[in-house]
Design a protein around this ligand. Structure first.
Ligand SMILES: Nc1ncnc2c1ncn2[C@@H]1O[C@H](COP(=O)(O)OP(=O)(O)O)[C@@H](O)[C@H]1O
Ligand SMILES: [Mg+2]
Length: 258
């Protein structure tokens, strides 16, 4: 089971939109996929049209009160969601005074090993909080999501450094891959930012950049991934290309294990 943690140090850079559509693209490629909503704002949960109400959610799993399997929502056969509620914000507060809380997500996902090929984790805006630390620890790959805009590179470098520290403390060698999003090829500025990102992050960058797309915005507001209505839309093909790269990445790393 590959665990892809989508993170950055700020909100509004496209994490949730990317998480929903990457999960849908991996599922469309035949992978059993789970989307984990680790943001107390529950945007991914809402963006997939899920209502949680008082039902148990991810925070109850992370507190060890219920098993993950009992909280999963099946969106389609082979695609499920672990939904978020505002209670995750309380977890972040409680966790700062309790020990062992940085591995709560790893513990929550371990029983799902046989159920899924890919887990996509959508992180909250804070890069330095307990929730993001949980997601980075649990990851087999961290995807740093970078909006192709002003100051993006500086913020991305800071987040990259933070994630590296967490990974080193854990004594692991989890790769950090960089994904450019909200890319508008028509503007010279965006093209320059993308070139800057490639020169800084080199081969750790995905070749695919997710282009800016109004349809993606509308899809999240409508409660279903764009691929379900418009598989041929430009943004759907961007995510299909990203899913192909992500799956190739797995075969490369599996190979080097031998
Ligand atoms: N590729 C994209 N093209 C156009 N708009 C996008 C794209 N990705 C995200 N957005 C928009 O940017 C805003 C922030 O995106 P979101 O995914 O919620 O970011 P985050 O989860 O990092 O806060 C939203 O209004 C969303 O619709
Ligand atoms: Mg978000």
């Amino acid at each position: 089971m590959q665990i892809l943690t989508l993170a950055n140090q700020k909100g509004g850079c496209g994490k949730t939109t990317t998480a929903i559509h990457l999960a849908a693209a991996l599922h469309a490629a035949g992978e059993r996929t789970l989307l984990v909503d680790l943001d107390p704002q529950a945007h991914a949960t809402l963006g997939l049209g899920c209502f949680v109400g008082r039902a148990p959610s991810l925070v109850d799993v992370m507190r060890g009160r219920v098993p993950a399997l009992s909280v999963l929502r099946e969106l389609r056969p082979g695609l499920s969601l672990l939904p978020a509620t505002l209670g995750l914000g309380e977890f972040e507060e409680e966790a700062t005074v309790a020990l062992g809380t940085e591995r709560a997500l790893t513990a929550a996902l371990t029983p799902l090993q046989a159920e899924f090929d890919y887990v996509v984790v959508d992180c909250p805006p804070r890069a330095d909080g307990i929730l993001t630390a949980n997601a980075v620890r649990a990851a087999t790959t961290v995807l740093l999501i970078v909006e192709t805009g002003a100051f993006a590179l500086q913020g991305a470098l800071r987040a990259h450094g933070l994630f590296e520290e967490i990974i080193q403390r854990e004594g692991r060698a989890t790769p950090i891959r960089v994904l450019a999003t909200m890319f508008d090829a028509r503007t010279r500025f965006a093209r320059e930012v993308l070139v800057g990102m490639h020169s800084r992050f080199g081969e750790t960058m995905y070749d695919t950049a997710i282009r800016s797309s109004v349809k993606l915005r509308e899809a999240v507001a409508s409660g279903a991934p764009l691929q379900w209505h418009s598989p041929r839309a430009r943004a759907s093909t961007d995510f299909a290309a990203l899913a192909t790269e992500v799956r190739q990445g797995r075969s490369v790393s599996t190979y080097s294990d031998f």
